[in-house]
Design a protein around this ligand. Structure first.
Ligand code: PLP
Length: 230
């Protein structure tokens, strides 16, 4: 069984190959390691291997791990989970980037949670639901543009960076990511600088790279299987 360093190197080699195959620059994507359910010690080992971006999908875990690793500088924390309005303050305090803004109420709550002396805006992405199931997280593809307009006009402490999505289980990732690229274009028509596309996980990051993803969220291919959620 390969160890953590070998799995990380293997994923990075696959990322480099996929970028080359798509004619994209070697530094065209950021690789976020999703560390959910793993202990803070795993993040320390990842940092020793050069990892600078980690992703968490539960606010309590984000808050606890960030506190446990407060002395580790140079680490960017990405919140990729369902955000709740009553947890907005904790999410804002723990995350450097929030990938999962999917309705005006959560945008408003994250904006309102800015500290009085806020010095830098919080980077956010609009999560897009690429499935037909309205119960899944994410704005509808048609609703993303209106949500971008709302963030741009009403949430000055948020900086809209782009869009995020999870590929549906019942569709080829390439076609789902092509639709996400269309939504990304619609969002850029509102906020031209919102150029990030957060897409691609363990099972589909090569397809995401081919479709123009700029931020990959990769968990188990690097960390190994996740422990049961505690
Ligand atoms: C867990 C998770 C990932 C990573 O999943 P893997 O399949 O382990 O790579 C990516 N994005 C989100 C939103 C997640 O919750």
């Amino acid at each position: 069984m390969p160890d953590l360093a070998e799995r990380l190197a293997d994923v990075d080699a696959r990322i480099a190959r996929a970028l080359r195959a798509s004619g994209r620059a070697p530094d065209a994507v950021s690789r976020i390691v999703v560390t959910k359910f793993h202990p803070p010690e795993l993040i320390e080992r990842l940092v020793e291997l050069g990892v600078r971006d980690v992703g968490e999908n539960r606010q309590q875990e984000l808050t606890a791990k960030r506190a446990a690793l407060a002395t580790v500088s140079d680490l960017t924390w990405h919140f990729i989970g369902q955000a709740q309005t009553n947890k907005a303050r904790a999410v804002r305090a723990g995350a450097d980037v929030v990938h999962s803004v999917d309705r005006t109420r959560i945008a408003d709550a994250l904006h309102a949670a800015a500290p009085e002396d806020v010095d830098a805006p919080l980077d956010v992405l609009i999560q897009v639901n690429l499935t037909d199931d309205a119960g899944r997280g994410g704005a509808t593809p048609d609703g993303a543009e209106a949500l971008a307009t709302h963030v741009a006009e009403h949430c000055p402490t948020l900086r809209l960076r782009g869009v995020m999505a999870v590929a549906p289980l019942d569709e080829a990732p390439a076609s789902a990511f092509a639709r996400l690229a269309d939504v990304a274009g619609a969002v850029r028509s509102v906020v031209p600088a919102a150029s990030w596309i957060s897409a691609g996980m363990t099972g589909d990051f090569e397809e995401a790279i081919a479709a123009g993803a700029t931020h990959l969220r990769i968990g188990s291919a690097i960390t190994g299987p996740r422990p049961d959620r505690g």
